[in-house]
Design a binder for this molecule. Structure first.
Ligand code: HEM
Length: 311
């Protein structure tokens, strides 16, 4: 990807994993757009500067705007492919859409800093927005999901994180931005933990302890890996950058699934393949053990896009 003339990306979009995260979902009050635009510019700039100040704790984050709110706040200059979350359902597999106006995603290896920054952001937004949802994520063991399987292994690495996650020349005005999809999954861990390990491994398509990918011929068509490992019409792998983390407490726990990508289609196709399957009855068996409670679609613009509205 051409990096010359690339607007500055928001650093949380492609950042490496952290120990802690805070997710804040807001809806905006009516008629506040003129004040909210500079406020979003300030919050994004604040997050950007903290990445330097707290570099030792790998602080990062991003601000994203909901697909249904975009036109209200930024009018006609809309990212070419921004659209609502693709709600879908088949059998007992449900992927509902629950949209929010704004998503603040902040991560750090120090929980106290995150708490401080979350308070600060909330204060910067005072009178403009309402906090609808808050979750806190954490690293579990050696970057495992609460199912006990390592999550993130096949994520793009190095510079290909940017190539996968950021809009490039195809939409010049929104270069350096990213399409973001969020689903809060609540796991049924008692059901999952009753499964013998080999059955769990067959559902994921990798070994549990050592995180080794099954040989192609051994991967069940209903395994998670099989369902999400898709190719486009040219035979090229469809990729997304996952920024998911476990969240919750004993009452409700699971995975905050977060995908960032230069286009929404890859996530949409993967989710379709999980829920509706391959047309031969092979859907993702992982969905028997976890339930999507939310599904939201956002765009995280470049820092420079947001900054043009600073006052
Ligand atoms: C891979 C867990 C939802 C896309 C994986 C892996 C695990 C996992 C354990 C294997 C290790 C790795 O490569 O990261 C989960 C859990 C989910 C979930 C627990 C929800 C509760 C999703 C969703 C999507 C998705 C909703 C996309 C719509 C992917 C992709 C890979 C992957 C693209 C890499 C596949 C490969 O190239 O081998 N997931 N996942 N996952 N997952 Fe998920």
């Amino acid at each position: 990807m051409e990096t010359q003339n690339m607007p500055r990306e928001q650093l949380g979009v492609c950042a490496e994993g952290n120990l802690h995260s805070v997710y804040l979902m807001f809806n905006a009050n009516d008629g506040v757009e003129a004040q909210l635009r500079p406020c979003l510019a300030n919050v994004a700039q604040y997050i950007y500067e903290l990445s330097d100040q707290y570099a030792d704790s790998a602080f990062n984050g991003f601000v994203a705007i909901g697909a249904n709110y975009w036109d209200t706040i930024y009018g006609e200059q809309r990212p070419a492919q921004l659209r609502p979350f693709p709600a879908m359902q088949e059998g007992n597999r449900d992927a509902p859409a629950i949209e929010y106006d704004l998503f603040m995603h902040i991560r750090c290896d120090r929980y106290d800093i995150l708490h401080l920054v979350a308070n600060e952001i909330s204060q910067m937004f005072e009178g403009l927005v309402e906090l609808i949802e808050e979750e806190r994520g954490f690293r579990f063991m050696d970057s495992r999901d609460l199912t006990g399987f390592v999550d993130g292994t096949e994520n793009p690495k190095g510079r290909s994180r940017q190539e996968v996650a950021l809009v490039a020349d195809e939409d010049n005005q929104f270069k350096g931005g990213s399409y973001v999809h969020v689903q809060k999954y609540a796991h049924n861990l008692s059901k999952w933990n009753r499964l013998p390990q080999k059955k769990q491994e067959d559902i994921i398509g990798r070994t549990k302890q050592d995180d080794i990918e099954y040989a192609s011929e051994d991967k069940p068509l209903t395994s998670h890996i099989k369902r999400v490992n898709l190719k486009d019409a040219d035979g090229k792998s469809m990729e997304i950058l996952r920024q998911s983390m476990p969240f919750g407490s004993l009452k409700e726990q699971g995975l905050m699934f977060i995908s960032t990508c230069s286009k929404p289609t890859h996530f949409e196709e993967m989710l379709r393949s999980m829920v509706h399957g391959d047309g031969h009855g092979n859907h993702d068996h992982l969905m028997q053990f976890t339930k999507a409670l939310t599904g939201s679609s956002f765009f995280a613009p470049s820092l420079d896009f947001l900054a043009q509205f600073a006052n």
